[in-house]
Ligand binder design. Structure first.
Ligand code: SF4
Length: 381
């Protein structure tokens, strides 16, 4: 997603939300802009990707280093490089099969014929022969993003159709998401006719969302909504499974399963409400029945050298901890993923994960009951 997109009220990246909860976009637009270190990191990675692809297109060779980041963040240089390599492979393949192949980096994609004032930015758009491809870099690693049925990608595809459909005669659009930090590459191909049909279907929904009309509807899509902490509809959705008539008897199996299925979302909701209330309290707001206190803190040594000297002089020698390695994530950031794998070959093991109950739709295969018992040998013996 490019920088400019965040100014469109009906953004492609929030489309899965406003398509399900049509008033959300208008409500969000009234709240102040939010930023986070993750968003800033994503912007930096996109800037780096753009420069490196642009350099390749102008010079026909790879950029050797990026001014700011190579030393500071080897992981970003390397993971963005994986995305760049994928784009270049696709670019070269397109050029080999079609001498008039067109490549556009950070291409504005205007999908306003379907979504009022809607536009976004395609990170890399390749047009060759019968196919147009939109490639989107996702630098985040918290949530794996699939291209299948992805409304953001479909809106980009509509934008690409709007932009290039008259000049070129492609009948299919490929939508590709590259999420290099979790090795996720997801692609979906859609026929132009099918895409146009979908565009017509979402038109009235987008009109409604643009006017802020419709009922608020809560669900997974609330997760990054700016209204998520104070929205009553979301609060009701989160608590509905624990409001039912529990007094009469114990929870049924269905009720227990329902609570577990929602547990992560409920935890996130509680955190959202808590951090919202805390931010307001720090801003001077008082909340009924609540007060601000200082959390627990640990004592810390202000001058390590001075403290060590004082302890030695007092006759204490055994005062230093053994040297400790940084965490795997920190080391990987230092060396880059590939170099880390080379150096650390034989020194890393991945223990089995703890048994966890998740939704049947989760991609991980179900554990065999025997292997589950292995994890709890002590309990089962
Ligand atoms: S929190 Fe959920 S229900 Fe509330 S406005 Fe946002 S998307 Fe809609």
């Amino acid at each position: 997603m490019g920088l400019a997109e965040k100014h469109a009220m009906l953004s492609a990246s929030a489309s899965h939300r406003w398509m399900q909860c049509t008033p959300s976009a208008m409500l969000e637009s009234r709240l102040p802009e939010q930023t986070s270190s993750f968003a800033e990191e994503g912007t930096e990675a996109h800037g780096m990707a753009e420069s490196r692809l642009d350099y390749y297109l102008r010079h026909g060779k790879m950029m050797k280093r990026y001014k700011k980041c190579e030393d500071e963040n080897a992981e970003m240089w390397e993971t963005v490089g994986e995305y760049v390599d994928i784009c270049i492979e696709k670019i070269n393949k397109a050029r080999a099969s079609c001498k008039d192949a067109t490549i556009n980096i950070e291409q504005r994609l205007d999908f306003s014929p379907w979504v009022p004032e809607g536009f976004g930015t395609g990170d890399c758009v390749i047009i060759a022969d019968d196919m147009l491809e939109v490639i989107d870099l996702k630098y985040g690693k918290g949530v794996e993003v699939s291209a299948h049925g992805n409304t953001q990608m479909m809106l980009y595809a509509l934008g690409a159709l709007n932009e290039f459909g008259i000049l070129y005669s492609f009948s299919k659009i490929q939508m590709t998401i590259v999420q290099p930090r979790i090795n996720n590459i997801s692609s979906e191909i859609i026929d132009v006719d099918e895409l146009k049909e979908w565009g017509e279907k979402i038109k009235p929904i987008a009109q409604k969302a643009f006017k802020g009309e419709g009922e608020k509807t809560a669900g997974e899509h609330c997760r990054f909504c700016k209204c998520r902490a104070t929205c009553r509809t979301r609060a009701e959705y989160m608590t509905e499974s624990i409001k039912e008539d529990f007094a009469a008897s114990d929870l049924t199996d269905d009720e227990i399963a329902g609570i577990i299925l929602k547990a992560q979302a409920i935890k996130r909701w509680l955190e959202d409400v808590e951090s919202y209330a805390l931010a307001k309290a720090l801003d001077g707001q008082s909340w009924p029945g609540l007060k601000l206190v200082e959390g627990r803190s640990n004592r810390k040594i202000t001058d390590i050298t001075g403290a060590a000297k004082a302890l030695s002089e007092a006759g204490y020698d055994d005062i230093f901890k053994p040297q400790e390695l940084k965490s795997i994530t920190e080391l990987e950031k230092l060396t880059g993923k590939k170099r880390f794998a080379e150096i650390m070959n034989g020194y890393i093991e991945k223990p089995r994960g703890k048994a966890t109950l998740v939704s049947e739709s989760d991609k991980r295969p179900a554990m065999e009951i025997e292997s589950i018992k292995d994890l709890f040998t002590d309990d089962f013996d």
